[in-house]
Design a protein around this ligand. Structure first.
Ligand SMILES: C[S@@+](CC[C@H](N)C(=O)[O-])C[C@H]1O[C@@H](n2cnc3c(N)ncnc32)[C@H](O)[C@@H]1O
Length: 283
């Protein structure tokens, strides 16, 4: 199916509206390689025809398939390990100390926004389990969310193929936190119990049950425009407690958000504390 300039414009606009991802003509190979199967499978006469049908809302299945196909789900366990070192040696000890004299000293709420297939939230859970000996007696919830149904289902299952395990997991962690299952490895129940997963589009209102003590939102904002990034980080800040830290990806910087986010440093890891007093409150 040939991809015309009009098709490219139509697909780029749709993808931007659906999930905030910015594509342009330089990504036409990506559009073709990821979406041509959907066009053919559903018998659309062109990419523009597919876009028209999705916009008419006659086909939410196609919308889901487009999102699943166009999103880049690259992830690994303990990605940018120095961030997990900063978490282990600075952010978590500080958080646990700051909770000590509160009504709920053993309650921690952590959000992995855009968690892909779950390696990030499970890495957070492993870090907590290594730091807190009686972690399963604590009231801990690590929420993993993503826009893609397919990756949320995979994260929730907690099963990984050997090649995924090899990316970032040490043998010690593998044997402590995983068990062999179905030619791969499954997250053990004790670790799985710390995590929950659900679908969430970061462009939509972030209706959360309570405030988070820590948010990881990494390697997703790079796909968004500067305006969408700014809006997203401000809305995420509203979901956080005043002592909470926000961790972003290695190529994502909050410097141009001025005094709204104060950078904190541990070794190579930079993470941010939102300045909620200065920020407009909207979610
Ligand atoms: C590259 S992965 C990052 C995974 C993980 N945070 C990490 O750093 O390893 C980006 C994820 O963002 C998700 N995503 C893209 N647009 C989104 C949106 N509008 N709302 C929520 N998730 C989105 C994709 O489905 C994908 O799983």
């Amino acid at each position: 199916m040939p991809l015309t300039p009009a098709d490219i414009d139509a697909v780029c606009d749709l993808v931007n509206d659906l999930c905030g991802i910015c594509l342009d003509a330089s990504k036409s190979y990506l559009i073709e390689s990821r979406l041509s199967q959907i066009v053919q499978k559903h018998g659309f006469s062109s990419y523009s025809d597919m876009v028209r049908q999705v916009r008419l809302s006659t086909n939410s299945m196609v919308r889901t398939q487009i999102i699943d196909a166009i999103t880049t789900n690259e992830t690994l366990f303990f990605r940018d390990n120095y961030m997990f070192e900063a978490l282990r040696h600075k952010a978590l000890p500080e958080l646990i100390d700051s909770k000590a004299n509160t009504a709920f000293p053993q309650r921690l709420r952590i959000w992995s926004a855009a968690c892909s297939t779950g390696q990030e939230p499970y890495s957070l859970a492993m870090t907590l389990a290594e730091l807190i000996p009686d972690v399963n007696d604590w009231d801990i919830q690590i929420l993993g969310t993503d826009i893609s149904d397919a990756v949320v289902a995979r994260a929730s299952r907690g099963w990984y193929a050997p090649h995924e395990i090899e990316r970032g997991l040490s043998p010690e962690r593998l044997h402590r936190f995983f068990e062999p299952y179905d030619n791969g490895w499954k997250v053990r129940d004790e670790l799985r119990a710390l995590c929950s997963f659900r679908k969430l589009n970061l462009l939509e209102p972030l209706a959360m049950p309570g405030k988070f003590d820590m948010v990881f939102c990494r390697n997703v904002a790079i796909y968004f425009s500067r305006d969408v990034q700014r809006d997203l980080f401000h809305r995420i800040a509203q979901t956080m407690t005043t002592d909470a830290y926000l961790f972003v990806g290695a190529q994502e910087f909050l410097a141009d958000h001025g005094p709204n986010f104060a950078p904190h440093q541990h070794c190579r890891g930079t993470f941010y504390r939102p300045n909620l007093i200065n920020m407009p409150a909207y979610v």
